[in-house]
Design a protein around this ligand. Structure first.
Ligand code: MRU
Length: 356
C-alpha cells in the first residue's frame, strides 16, 4: 500500500502502526514522497535489501519492527516451534545487508527479548523491544548531534558524503544531525554534499534534507572533493558510519576513505559521527568488516539506462574502510573521542556483546 507524504509535516521515515510498519520509500526521493505500509515481514526484509529504507541505524530499527511483525504471524503456541520459526525470520533479516552492524545489534536485541516461555507475552515483548530500539536511536542521535555541534564554528563549510540525516537514522541524523544542530544554534554554515555514486544518496537525500531545513548546500560530484578541499573551500569533513571496529577503523559509504586521505593531506579535521550501536566490539579492526558487494548494474546503468558498453566488467563495493589513524574524532552520544580509539571505545562497550 502506498500513500503520498503530506507536505509541510515533520516526516517520520519509519513508523510502527500496531499491526504494520510504515516507511518512507527512500528509493523514490526526491521526486516522490511515497509511504509504503508493510504488513508482511518478508516485505520489510525486501525493503531493507532494496534500500527503500537505508542508513545504518534506520536499517536496525526497520529490522527490529520487521522481526516483531514476523513474530505476530507465527501461529504455533508451542514455544520451541515459535523459537524455530523466529530464528528463521531473524536469519532472513540477517541476510539483507551485511555491513551495517546496527542490523545485527537489533537482531541480537530481539533474540534476547524472546526468551520468555509464554508465546503471547514474547510476541508483545518483541514489539516493545523494537519500540525501545527506535526510541534509543532517536535519543542517541539527538545527543550526539548536540555534542558534535561544538566542533562546528561560525562560517564553516562542511563537506559530507552519502546521507547520514534523519532519513538514515529515523531520528536526528548523525553527520547531518550535527550540521542541523549547529545551524539551530544560529551558526552561519554551508555544506558541500558529494553526490555519492552510484546510488546518489548525497544528491537525492542529503540535499533534499538540507533544503528542507534551509541550510545552504552545494552539490558536487564525488571527484570534485579534492578540488574544493585543496582550494581551502572546506573547514572539515563529517561522515556517518556503518560499522566501527574496536580499534576505531570505520566502514562507511564507498568513497569515505578517499575523503579521509584527502583531509589528512590538506590538514583538515575528518570527523565520524555514529551512535554507539554502530560500534562492533567483536571485531578488533576494520579488515574484518564484511563489505557489501552490490549489483554491477548499479555502476553500468544510470536509472535503468546503460551508461557503459554492454558486457563490461564492473565492480560495486558499497562501503570502504577508513583506518582510525585518519580520523580526527569519533562523535557518539556518550562523548567525543579524539584518538586512543581502542582504549576510549572500550569504555563504551556494554557488559556483553555478541557480533555476527
Ligand atoms: O548504502 P546506504 O545508503 O545504506 O549507506 C549509508 C551510509 O553509508 C551512511 O553514511 C551510514 O549508514 C551512516 S547513517 C547515519
Amino acid at each position: 500500500m502506498t500513500a503520498r507524504a503530506d507536505r509541510g509535516k515533520t516526516i517520520q521515515p519509519i513508523e510502527w502502526l500496531d499491526d504494520r510498519l510504515r516507511i518512507l520509500d527512500q528509493s523514490k526521493l526526491p521526486h516522490e514522497q511515497c509511504f509504503i505500509e508493510l504488513a508482511d515481514y518478508h516485505d520489510v526484509a525486501l525493503a531493507i535489501k532494496e534500500m527503500q529504507v537505508r542508513g545504518a541505524p534506520a536499517i536496525g530499527i526497520a529490522a527490529a519492527y520487521g522481526i516483531a511483525l514476523g513474530a505476530q504471524s507465527i501461529k504455533s503456541s508451542s514455544k520451541s516451534e515459535f523459537t524455530n520459526r523466529l530464528n528463521q525470520i531473524m536469519e532472513e533479516f540477517a541476510a539483507t545487508r551485511p555491513t551495517a552492524v546496527n542490523l545485527f545489534q537489533a537482531i541480537n536485541g530481539m533474540e534476547r527479548a524472546s526468551t520468555g516461555s509464554d508465546v503471547p507475552a514474547v510476541k508483545q515483548a518483541l514489539i516493545d523491544k523494537a519500540r525501545q530500539i527506535h526510541r534509543e536511536e532517536i535519543e542517541a542521535t539527538r545527543q550526539l548531534s548536540h555534542l558534535g555541534a561544538e566542533l562546528i564554528h561560525e562560517g564553516f563549510t562542511i563537506l559530507t558524503h552519502c546521507n547520514a540525516g534523519p532519513l538514515a537514522t529515523a531520528g536526528y541524523g548523525t553527520a547531518l544531525g550535527i550540521i542541523m544542530a549547529a545551524r539551530e544554534q544560529g551558526k552561519r554554515i554551508e555544506v558541500l554534499a558529494t553526490e555519492t555514486r552510484p546510488l546518489l544518496q548525497g544528491a537525492r537525500l542529503t540535499v533534499w534534507e538540507l533544503k528542507q531545513k534551509d541550510i545552504p548546500v552545494t552539490l558536487i560530484t564525488d571527484s570534485m572533493a579534492g578540488y574544493f578541499i585543496n582550494r581551502s573551500k572546506v573547514n572539515c569533513v563529517i561522515v556517518g558510519a556503518d560499522r566501527i571496529a574496536a580499534n576505531g577503523d570505520v566502514a562507511n559509504k564507498i568513497g569515505t576513505y578517499t575523503l579521509a586521505v584527502l583531509a589528512r593531506e590538506n590538514a583538515l579535521p575528518f570527523y565520524v559521527a555514529a551512535p554507539t550501536s554502530t560500534i562492533d566490539f567483536s571485531l578488533p579492526s576494520g579488515g574484518e568488516i564484511p563489505i557489501e558487494e552490490r549489483s554491477p548494474l548499479e555502476v553500468t546503468h544510470f536509472q535503468g539506462i546503460a551508461s557503459a558498453p554492454g558486457g563490461v566488467k564492473a565492480a560495486n563495493p558499497a562501503f570502504d574502510v577508513t583506518p582510525h589513524r585518519y580520523i580526527s574524532a569519533i562523535i557518539t552520544e556518550r562523548g567525543i573521542i579524539k584518538g586512543r580509539y581502542k582504549r576510549e571505545l572500550a569504555k563504551m562497550a556494554p557488559q556483553k556483546q555478541t557480533g555476527r
